[in-house]
Design a protein around this ligand. Structure first.
Ligand SMILES: Nc1ncnc2c1ncn2[C@@H]1O[C@H](COP(=O)(O)OP(=O)(O)OP(=O)(O)O)[C@@H](O)[C@H]1O
Length: 343
């Protein structure tokens, strides 16, 4: 009886999210530049879950990811709150931040050659990261590097430990990059278009590998992609970005079944994945906005077929779009606007 009560109570306690981002704003300011590229992003992500960031080029996906690790150039101004496993990422001192990068959160980049050092063997690079974070001997770190190369399914891993990055194919380099990112068993993995630079068959292999590792290791993952098919394959939740904002956010199945922002609708109509077989693809008219010169209300209004006068007056806030986890920034969802009956 007591056990059952304890179990019921346990179910009632809501899981504390691993990642909590509140009103994140990123602005680049220098002598001849002043541009707000992320503009009020808020979201939560639980342990072991996958969030995909989707959106056109320049919408702020990569900058949002880098902000989570505070990997920003000196002319970036970050505002808002980012908490990862209780760590306030925007205010932890630089020394602690270096420890958190790798151990708490680490990143797989689009192009591994930018992250791997060409003058060290891949084994040395992975072992160095293990030794730095875990404080183990050089021998133990090398043994762990071998384990990691095996985990990411690098063939002949023992031999590949002594290879330099340029001696490996693109797909193998990406696997090494993943091994490096996993070296300290992070709770959160950030993957910024990790397959874009690879050819189609290798892309699928790397995606399957990432999904398998994510499930086996129970890591939360944030995945940046342009590709709706990839999002459907890997995500629990999706956030659609437009001009530095999440214009739609929710469980992937709900967003795909019932897109509630006109931009998400457009994305679905414009991709092979979203269109019905045999039906013509329908590109979104117009071009993405210039972030230095955004319209005063909804940034999507100039391209939107539902646009009304009120869209130009204020920025829509996130309205509930389905379940209480699904929101979209569109006035069509405002119960006070009375649009539902007319659109
Ligand atoms: N270091 C920087 N200095 C100034 N502007 C920058 C910097 N990095 C990114 N930006 C600008 O921030 C905006 C968002 O860039 P971001 O790389 O996040 O877009 P994205 O959605 O990831 O696009 P893509 O899919 O092409 O990678 C762009 O307008 C970009 O030019």
């Amino acid at each position: 009886m007591l056990e059952r009560m304890a179990a019921n109570n346990f179910q009632l306690v809501e899981q504390k999210p691993l990642v909590e981002v509140d009103d994140l704003r990123v602005r680049f300011v220098s002598r001849d530049l002043d541009v707000q590229v992320v503009n009020g992003v808020s979201f939560k992500l639980n342990e072991g879950k996958v969030l995909c960031l989707l959106g056109e080029s320049g919408s702020g996906k990569s900058v949002t990811m880098r902000a989570l690790m505070r990997l920003m150039p000196s002319h970036a101004e970050l505002r808002g709150n980012i908490s990862i496993d209780g760590n306030d990422m925007l205010s932890v001192p630089a020394r602690k931040l270096r420890k958190l990068r790798g151990r708490l959160v680490s990143m797989v980049f689009q192009e591994p050659m930018t992250a791997l050092d060409p003058v060290f063997t891949v084994g040395n690079q992975i072992a160095e990261s293990v030794a730095y974070h875990d404080g183990v001997s050089a021998k133990a770190a090398r043994a762990r590097a071998l384990e990691l190369l095996e985990l990411v399914q690098v063939p002949s891993a023992a031999r590949r430990l002594d290879a330099y990055p340029h001696e490996l194919s693109g797909g193998l380099r990406q696997r090494v990059m993943i091994a490096l990112a996993l070296a300290c068993r992070p709770k959160l993995l950030l993957a910024d278009e990790p397959t874009t630079a690879l050819d189609a068959t290798v892309q699928i292999q790397i995606l399957l590998l990432l999904r398998k590792l994510q499930e086996e290791l129970g890591m939360a993952t944030i995945f940046v992609t342009h590709d709706l098919g990839v999002a459907c394959e890997v995500a629990d939740d999706v956030a659609v970005m437009y001009a530095g904002r999440f214009v739609e956010h929710g469980p992937i199945t709900e967003v795909m079944d019932r897109p509630s922002h006109p931009y998400t609708e457009g994305l679905l109509r414009s991709t092979v994945h979203g269109s019905t077989r045999g039906k013509r693809l329908d590109p979104i008219p117009g071009t993405p906005p210039d972030l230095r010169d955004l319209p005063s209300g909804c940034a999507f209004a100039p391209r939107c077929s539902y646009v009304r006068e009120s869209c130009g007056t204020s920025v829509p806030w996130p309205f509930q779009a389905g379940s209480d986890q699904h929101t979209a920034r569109c006035f069509r969802l405002d119960p006070n606007e009375g649009w539902a009956a007319t659109t």
